[in-house]
Design a protein around this ligand. Structure first.
Ligand SMILES: Nc1ncnc2c1ncn2[C@@H]1O[C@H](COP(=O)(O)OP(=O)(O)OP(=O)(O)O)[C@@H](O)[C@H]1O
Length: 358
């Protein structure tokens, strides 16, 4: 039986996160996971009865996502009967990135586990076990067929009274989100832009925005803004959205066109400087210019310590606001997660195209 102690060369010291044995080689022992990829590591290769392992031929490394590396360990073998030489890959090793090379990964902002929710009035189950982790600095997009539960998820997270949580957890900034009243969630920086923003007759947009802004500032322990100061704070945000100042004097969303309502939602987001913005179909009903304005305003608000969760049906929005992850929701669950290529696949081939993806 061939057995050899093989030095693995030229692989930096990184924690081993996966070792896959190839080509019929069994029992590749690594001393410890930690040292598996260090230059002094020796693999014990057994199991090729008629082949003698000569030496490591190559040990190549490829950069992968998140600065991880995969190493392919090749050895040259000699067939004992006839001396024929061959080359085979005996293992692929996936290494975690060393600390200095790691992309900055933000702290977890929102962690949802096994979330189930029903319509309060009827008991109809809509969410059937949603799992979702959102870190600071990330943009998540949720796509899915009509009626799959996307809006319900966003409304449950902000505490909409139409829904009752029946199972699961949601931890936001380390605290149980469901222990908080909707208002407290908002003060804690959770923001939902509604798919169909409501009109508030009798309340001027300016007063509404200042009230919301000051409530958030009070909860953060920073001084409230008077009318003049607030106008100074608001003006650049209004300009970023290409909104006419006359919108401030009108009642909240009253008589606004669909696109104007969406811009107004993002103006609210900008004023509140939310940490976790949930944007439910902000692209619906927007003309091309409005979509660009709204998307660039959202991009302008992104920081390393906040995050965005957007619900959309179309890849178009994701061309402007680049997602870190794209999730597909079906029947009240997230059934697939990937990068923006998932949205491209969906756009090209519909939901049928992603049905069979692993
Ligand atoms: N308050 C409610 N009362 C009754 N049914 C509801 C209620 N809220 C949601 N539903 C139902 O739950 C399902 C999911 O609705 P939801 O709005 O979350 O879907 P969605 O994925 O956002 O759909 P769309 O892409 O069409 O906006 C739908 O069948 C909807 O009719």
């Amino acid at each position: 039986m061939a057995a050899a102690m093989l030095p693995v060369v030229a692989v930096a010291s990184r924690p081993l996160i996966a070792l896959q044995q190839k080509n019929g080689i069994r029992n590749i022992d690594t001393p410890t996971a930690e040292s598996a990829c260090s230059s002094s590591t020796k693999f014990v290769v057994k199991g090729r009865r008629r082949w003698r392992v000569e030496e490591i031929a190559t040990c190549s490394r490829n950069a992968g996502r998140n600065s991880s590396f995969s190493a392919s360990v090749d050895v040259s073998l000699t067939q004992q009967q006839n001396g024929r030489r061959g080359l085979t890959t005996v293992a692929t090793v996936t290494e975690a990135p060393v600390e200095s090379e790691q992309e900055k990964v933000g702290d977890v902002l929102l962690e949802v586990r096994g979330l189930c929710a029903v319509v309060e009035a009827t008991g109809k189950e809509i969410l059937r076990g949603v799992d979702l982790t959102i870190r600071q600095g990330e943009v998540h997009a949720i796509m899915g067929k009509n009626g799959s539960g996307k809006s319900t998820l966003s409304k449950v997270l902000v505490g909409h009274p139409d829904y009752q949580v029946t199972a699961g957890t949601a931890v936001y900034k380390g605290e149980n989100l469901f222990d908080k009243e909707p208002e407290e969630r908002s003060h804690a920086g959770l923001f939902l832009s509604f798919q169909s923003p409501v009109e508030i007759p009798g309340v001027s947009n300016m007063d509404f925005l200042r009230m919301a802004c000051n409530a958030r500032r009070a909860s953060l322990g920073v001084p409230e803004l008077g009318p003049l100061e607030f106008y100074g704070y608001l003006s650049p945000k209004l300009a970023a959205l290409n909104m006419d100042p006359s919108f401030l004097d009108r009642n909240v969303n009253e008589g606004f066109s669909g696109g104007e309502k969406k811009r107004n939602e993002i103006l609210q987001l900008a004023v509140l400087e939310a940490d976790m913005a949930i944007l439910d179909e902000i692209d619906s009903g927007l003309d091309v210019d409005a979509l660009r304005d709204v998307a660039s305003a959202v991009n302008g608000l992104r920081k390393s310590d906040n995050a965005v969760l957007m619900i959309t049906h179309y890849q178009r929005l994701l061309e402007y606001i680049k997602p870190t992850y794209v999730h597909i929701m079906e029947a009240g669950r997230i059934i697939k997660t990937g990068d923006s290529s998932l949205a491209s696949l969906l756009e090209a081939g519909g939901y049928e195209a992603i049905k069979d993806l692993a």
